[in-house]
Design a protein around this ligand. Structure first.
Ligand SMILES: Nc1ncnc2c1ncn2[C@@H]1O[C@H](COP(=O)(O)OP(=O)(O)O)[C@@H](O)[C@H]1O
Ligand code: SF4
Ligand SMILES: [Mg+2]
Length: 372
């Protein structure tokens, strides 16, 4: 069975958001209640996993959503796919407010928004054949493609680079990369317009990651499917997303087209993340790296004002009292939004600040340092 996919053509690097907004998220929140107070169960607090997220995904584009572990990326993805009920805010899909849509109202939208999960092992039922797994979304939604469901499944297997003859095999007979391809085929079964891919390659061997990213890129370009591509790593997203949003502690800190974000980042957190991307070294030869100090604060009690202030080397009094709005700073390209009172100059030049690096980022760096 071949793991190879035809290499997609390079995407234009200056592409801005084309087309219409497909999905718009405004002030989205998800607060998980914390209960305590024995013997009576009452709410004593909340995990503010998503705390006022604004995002737009345009038809056919790939928007990367990046941030450290625990900052609310997966929860955002689950809210958008409506696997979870939001606490507040608004989700608009193709002009329709789906925030509070019920099961029946959601049915057509559900098939158009699909999700690919991080772990290809646990997201496939081990007792079902590949054919059954990929076919089931069509059965659930009563869809009968011309030529029949089995024929469609065989086509989908081919699309994702798997052998259609392996229709009757079980997930355990496939490698990790192949299992993620099965997940992609399942997501494609209903001809979605938007796929939320939640760290789709993080659980795979580094050597396999590029192949799966290439497959997703092929899907995005050839089938015109929009992606919300979630990653903790700016390196992966760089190859895949035309625009990138950077998330920290339940909020979007900066969003921009790829070139602006990588070459003219304004938010200190984006600078820090870029500094942790080994590939950025190529462009920033000789410059020092920023080291992110300490851990991400608890989302139960996020810092007042700017959430990044406890780790920010530019923080001043105003940062503790006033939350910076996500706005377009003067001199920035259309659509490049930043939430910071004292933004960096537009360049990836790093500061002298060199403190202990976040363990998650260290692990990432090691992983990638040994990779390619
Ligand atoms: N079902 C849940 N109940 C309570 N807390 C949760 C739940 N799911 C996620 N969280 C918390 O919400 C925060 C954001 O989690 P998550 O969205 O998974 O972040 P990410 O995907 O960026 O790592 C974390 O602090 C996590 O522990
Ligand atoms: S608002 Fe203040 S604390 Fe927040 S990122 Fe900007 S300078 Fe740093
Ligand atoms: Mg996650």
């Amino acid at each position: 069975m071949s793991e190879n996919v035809t290499l997609p053509k390079q995407q234009g690097s200056t592409d801005g958001p084309a087309g219409e907004p497909l999905l718009t998220v405004e002030g989205l929140t998800k607060h998980f209640p914390i209960y305590g107070g024995f013997p009576f169960k009452r709410q004593v607090g909340a995990v503010k996993a998503v705390d006022g997220v604004d995002l737009t995904v345009y038809a056919g584009e790939s928007l990367g959503l990046v941030g450290e572990s625990g900052c609310g990326k997966s929860t955002t993805g689950r809210l958008i796919t409506r696997l979870m009920e939001p606490t507040g805010g608004k989700i608009t899909y193709a002009g329709q407010d789906i925030t509070r849509a019920n099961r029946r109202q959601l049915a057509p939208v559900r098939s158009e928004i699909q999700m690919i999960f991080q772990d290809p092992y646990s997201s496939l039922n081990p007792r079902q054949t590949v054919g059954t797994i990929i076919k089931s979304p069509m059965e659930v939604n009563g869809i009968n493609p011309p030529g029949g469901r089995e024929q469609r499944v065989r086509e989908l297997l081919e699309t994702v680079g798997l052998n259609p003859e392996h229709y009757n095999r079980f997930p355990h007979e496939f490698s990790g990369g192949q299992r993620q391809r099965i997940g992609v085929a399942r997501a494609l079964a209903l001809e979605p317009k938007l796929i939320v891919a939640d760290e789709p390659v993080s659980a795979l061997d580094v050597s396999i990651q590029a192949q799966v990213v290439n497959l997703l890129q092929k899907v995005q370009e050839e089938l015109g499917i929009a992606f919300l591509f979630i990653a903790h790593d700016l390196a992966v997203v760089r190859h895949f997303s035309q625009r990138v949003a950077v998330m920290y502690l339940g909020k979007v800190m900066e969003v921009a087209d790829r070139d602006s974000l990588y070459n003219r980042p304004r938010h200190p957190y984006t600078h820090a993340l870029l500094s942790a991307v080994p590939e950025a070294d190529v462009d920033t030869d000789g410059k020092e790296r920023i080291r992110l100090a300490g851990d991400v604060p608890s989302p139960v009690n996020p810092p007042s004002g700017c959430r990044f202030r406890t780790r920010c080397w530019k923080a001043q009094d105003k940062c503790a009292t006033e939350e910076p709005p996500l706005v377009q700073l003067s001199g920035n390209r259309e659509g490049h939004l930043t939430a910071c009172h004292f933004p960096e100059e537009p360049s990836t030049e790093a500061r002298a600040a060199d403190v202990v690096m976040d363990p998650a980022l260290t692990a990432l760096e090691e992983q990638h340092g040994s990779g390619d």
